[in-house]
Design a protein around this ligand. Structure first.
Ligand SMILES: CC(C)(COP(=O)(O)OP(=O)(O)OC[C@H]1O[C@@H](n2cnc3c(N)ncnc32)[C@H](O)[C@@H]1OP(=O)(O)O)[C@@H](O)C(=O)NCCC(=O)NCCS
Length: 368
């Protein structure tokens, strides 16, 4: 009989072997999953990992990293899900589905409001996960890019950042982000979790001010996706300085194109990049689905955001107070209303001003 449980800390090695086999070794790649997800696939996180076991052998896995989203200063209890796999000999028997629903039940008991999943496949969609968020993708081209002549601002560029504390200080000021500790930052940066197939290291460029204390202003973290094409996986800080950094990569680092995925809530950066001539292309957060797991917890946490942004009149107190065209009993519709910024149903003001609630960017250093 198949048993569903968390692995014991000493079984983590066997879990990582299964994950490496499914995601790396079976496609001819190096077994890098443990190195790429050091805070997820480790004995300390064993109680947030869920496995199916057949006769003592681990045959399926779902790994969770609990995290706190911070949206305009308000906390949201979140979790990221990844490394979802079933050994090929056991697929198509409903084991993945059972394990997934057990994980949702557990997260619900633990009062986690929302889980983001790296994947959009049928397994997730059949189980109330939906695409959400919204990004504008910009491909900045060397010939046409115009944010270069800002040298009078006193911006300086640094490519050798020994002290990641300066990056931490910039990220911590972001209005929509994950709670990420000063000591986690270098660990995640070194791990390169979000690049498939894996690369050895990410490139980080930092803009700092020439002023008296040389304060960090903005950073871009990314990698050369194809020759001459730099894909930014995470940016933070002062947006004009971030745009200037992109110009430096085009001019001084020999890049032909820079790819930015800019969340739709970041209207400041979008308007800067729009003014270079080419609009971004709108899509959901790529390769991601979202599932509300404990609606009561989530609602009470986002209530503060709603109250603050509402304006005149009484803000909605309960989920039932949401507009009539949002079906509250249907989790998928509700999740889209709360968090999706593509193909939105217009509900008029103030609803359209408050919703969607921004979600932290899932494909940066916190990628699972
Ligand atoms: C994805 C994976 C974990 C599914 O595990 P599993 O134990 O076979 O899952 P289940 O048997 O519960 O069901 C999954 C599959 O059975 C079929 N299936 C099950 N119930 C179904 C239903 N009601 N209707 C249609 N198809 C169904 C589907 O093909 C489904 O795969 P899908 O997600 O591509 O639609 C497994 O195929 C795997 O390890 N794949 C490789 C790793 C991977 O891609 N992981 C996901 C990363 S996003």
């Amino acid at each position: 009989m198949i048993e569903f449980r968390s692995p014991r800390p000493e079984e983590i090695g066997e879990v990582v072997d299964l994950i490496n086999y499914v995601f790396r070794v079976s496609s001819g790649m190096e077994p890098t999953m443990g190195r790429q997800f050091p805070t997820l696939l480790c004995p300390d996180n064993a109680s947030n990992i869920y496995v199916a076991v057949d006769d003592g052998k681990i045959i399926a896995n779902i790994a969770i990293k609990k995290n706190t989203g911070i949206v305009y200063g308000h906390k949201i209890s979140m979790a990221s899900m990844g490394a979802v796999c079933t050994h090929p000999d056991y697929r198509g028997k409903g084991i993945g589905t059972q394990l997934l629903n057990k994980v949702f039940d557990r997260l619900n008991e633990e009062k986690v409001g929302i889980v983001t999943i790296s994947g959009t496949r049928g397994l997730y969609r059949r189980n109330k996960c939906v695409e959400a968020g919204g990004i504008n993708t910009y491909v900045l081209n060397r010939e046409k890019y115009s944010y270069r002549d800002l040298d009078g601002t006193g911006y300086k560029i640094s490519q050798h950042i020994d002290d990641t504390g300066v990056l931490f200080d910039i990220y911590q000021r972001e209005p929509v982000r994950y709670q990420r500790t000063r000591s986690e930052f270098p660990v995640l940066l070194k791990a390169v979790p979000m690049v498939h197939p894996p690369v050895d290291a990410l490139t980080t460029v930092l803009a700092y001010s020439e002023g008296k204390d040389g304060a960090g202003l903005a950073y871009l973290i990314g990698f050369e996706d194809k020759p001459g094409v730099f894909k930014v996986v995470e940016y933070a800080g002062e947006r004009l300085a971030a745009a200037w950094l992109a110009g430096k990569l085009l001019d001084d680092a020999g890049m032909n194109e820079i790819i930015f995925e800019v969340p739709t809530y970041d209207t400041v950066f979008s308007s800067i990049l729009d003014s270079t001539g080419k609009k971004g292309e709108l899509s959901y957060y790529p390769s991601t689905t979202v599932r509300v797991v404990n609606i009561e917890s989530l609602w009470s946490e986002i209530q503060n955001i709603i109250d603050e942004m509402w304006g005149d009149g009484k803000p909605p107190f309960a989920i039932e107070d949401l507009p009539e065209n949002v079906c509250h009993d249907d989790l998928e519709t509700l999740t889209r209303f709360l968090f999706a910024d593509v193909d939105r149903l217009s509900c008029g003001k103030p609803w359209d001003r408050v919703f969607p609630i921004p979600l932290p960017w899932p494909n940066g250093l916190n990628y699972i």
